[in-house]
Design a binder for this molecule. Sequence first.
Ligand SMILES: Cc1cc2nc3c(=O)[nH]c(=O)nc-3n(C[C@H](O)[C@H](O)[C@H](O)COP(=O)(O)OP(=O)(O)OC[C@H]3O[C@@H](n4cnc5c(N)ncnc54)[C@H](O)[C@@H]3O)c2cc1C
Length: 399
Amino acid sequence: MYDVAVIGAGPAGSRVAYQLAARGYEVVVVEQKESLGEPVCCTGIISRECVTSFDIDGDVILREVNSARVFSPSGKLLSLRRAQPQAYIVDRAAFNVALARRAQAQGVDYILNSPVRGMKVGNDNIRIELASYGGELKSLEARAGVIATGFGSKLVEGLGLGRVGDFVSGAQAEVETMAVDEVEVYLGQELAPAFFAWLVPTSPQRALVGLLSRRSPGVYLRRLMSSLLAQGKIVSTEAGLSYGGIPLKPLARTYGDRLMVVGSAAGQVKPTSGGGIYYGLLCADMAADSLHQALKRDTLSAKNLANYEREWKRKLGRELKVGYWGRRFYELLSDRQIDSIFGIIKSDGIDEALLKADDLSFDWHGQVILRLIGHQALSRIFRAKKPPFPPQEKEGLII
Ligand SMILES: Cc1cc2nc3c(=O)[nH]c(=O)nc-3n(C[C@H](O)[C@H](O)[C@H](O)COP(=O)(O)OP(=O)(O)OC[C@H]3O[C@@H](n4cnc5c(N)ncnc54)[C@H](O)[C@@H]3O)c2cc1C
């Protein structure tokens, strides 16, 4: 019997497996895909903080990002640039492989090509039922299980842990580009309802173009690609699309008897940008810490694992709440209002002030959102929209 079975070999799963194996536990990761390096529908942008904190292997980094061009619905441009790299674009498939190799080097077993169909929690163990693609059902046992199955897993719901409260859909394609050497972000409810679109150069002639949207991401992405072709930014619209979902709110409960849920499966994702790699890795470490204490004492009841949720909410809870509020507020804005906000940000020098501020960070957006709603020049638009802001979050508002 293993000490821990982790379901899902994405970043969160491989990280929690690595941390537990490094503490001497017998760990297995069960993954439905045939190989660890299969393509992932993800742009792979992670912050400098993430690269440093998790000692990300330089081999998987495609390029550095120290600037971005953000376009309003009518084409107004905000150019954001800092001297130091703020983020890195990683090859997402290679990134998954690198994290898995690190876990394997600590002795973690990987079972591939084996979708987990069910999990049964018993008094002394947890039983994982998995199927090979040949159809044969197998099972394995562990003292505890970690679900790291990404967005939309049915496993979580089946275990009575609820479902993520809200989500958005994404589509992405890899394209050939012409003279695009900065990250570009496009805003507009007509372009990507409730969210945004991007063109992210990964090499001198290649880029990822994608968007997140409340509805029909594929339709909006095809439209965007035609527009980028007409602008001479991309060479062709002939590219296959990949699709994925992103949770905007956390799962109702992220632990149970002998169980924990981490990463996108738990909704540990920035609701502002949809980025989930860094928060997933942070929570994987917190899950491993709690599980280590519980395994050591052999006290694996839900009550004893609850401190995992307390810990990750202490670190990320406020960010997720304020970020979700910001996201919902953005959703209420018309394209004209987004344009007005752009105009004010530029004319009042808010962009310059934000770039100089220490709290403008790739990963932590709550404080900037609070600053913006407190800004006098923008307050007219914010008041007009009457956003349903939770009053307790107004604490710390900087006006
Ligand atoms: C279009 C798009 C762009 C994105 N861009 C970024 C970005 O630039 N930066 C960023 O930080 N985040 C980005 N994200 C989000 C990011 O991809 C996720 O937050 C991240 O992959 C979550 O990691 P994870 O380990 O929790 O889950 P995943 O990476 O989804 O891994 C889950 C793994 O579990 C496996 N699995 C699922 N069910 C089972 C089962 N029943 N049995 C066995 N295995 C199973 C899956 O095959 C998968 O390998 C993007 C998402 C989308 C959709």
